[in-house]
Ligand binder design. Sequence first.
Ligand code: ATP
Length: 238
Amino acid sequence: MSDVLLDIRDLRVRYGAIEAVKGIDLHVNAGERVTLIGANGAGKTSTLKALAGLLPMASGDIRFDGHSIRAVPAHRLPRQGVSLVPEGRGIFARMSVLENLQAGAYLRRDREQVDEDMEGLFEHFPRLRERLGQSAGLLSGGEQQMLALARALLSRPRLLILDEPSMGLAPIMVEKIFAVIDAVCQAGMTLLLVEQNARLALQVTDRAYVMDSGRIHLTGNSAALLDDPGIREAYLGE
Ligand code: ATP
C-alpha cells in the first residue's frame, strides 16, 4: 500500500488515570482528504498532539511516508513535509503578517516561487495583503486563522493538518476559511482535518473517522456519513 501517506496504528494517550486515546488506527492516503470528528473531549486534539510529537507518553506507531515520526519533535515536522495548524492557530503575535508568512516558507530556497505562492494566497485572502505590515496579534480571530492557514501552505506541505479551523469564528468567516480549504484540496493537497463542526468537515472531505471516548466509533465515506441518520442525529444536530 504505497499510497498511504500517514499511517497511525494502535495510538494510545494517557494523562495519569485518564486514557484519552484508547488504541486507534487511522490512515490518510496521498491526495486524500480525511476528517476526524467527534464531540468535545473525544480525544481528537490528543491524537493530533501525539502525531505532532508533543506527547512523549503516547504509544503506538505513527508513520509518514513509511518512516516512523513517533520521535520527531513538532518543530522538525515541516522538514518532513507535514504542516500542522494547531487549535488556537499558533501565529507569532508580535511579528508582522509578512514576517509570519515568511516564517512559513523558511525552509524553501525557491524565492520566486514563494512570492508567486504568496500572491496566489492573497487572492483567497485579500485582507492579509492589506495588513502585511501590521502585527499579527492585532488581526481579528478570523484573519489570524487565515494567516495561520496561509503560513502553513507556504511551506508547501505534503500533508496539511488542521485542528478546529472553525473554532470561535463567525459563520461568514468559517464559510470563507472552508472555501479556501476546499480550493486547496481540489488542487491536490492531502488533508487531515479535525473539526467539531461535523457538517462542514464532512462536506469538504472524502473520508471520515468518528471518534468517541478515545476510540474510533465509526469510519466511512464522508458523503455517506452526511446521509447517515445516526450521524445526523448525533453529530449534525438533527
Ligand atoms: P475538544 O474538541 O474539546 O478539543 P478533543 O476531542 O480534542 O476535545 P482532547 O482534548 O483530546 O479531546 O481530550 C480528551 C480527554 O483527555 C478529555 O477527557 C480531556 O479532559 C483529557 N485531557 C486532555 N488534555 C489533558 C491533559 N493535559 N491532562 C489531563 N487530561 C487531559
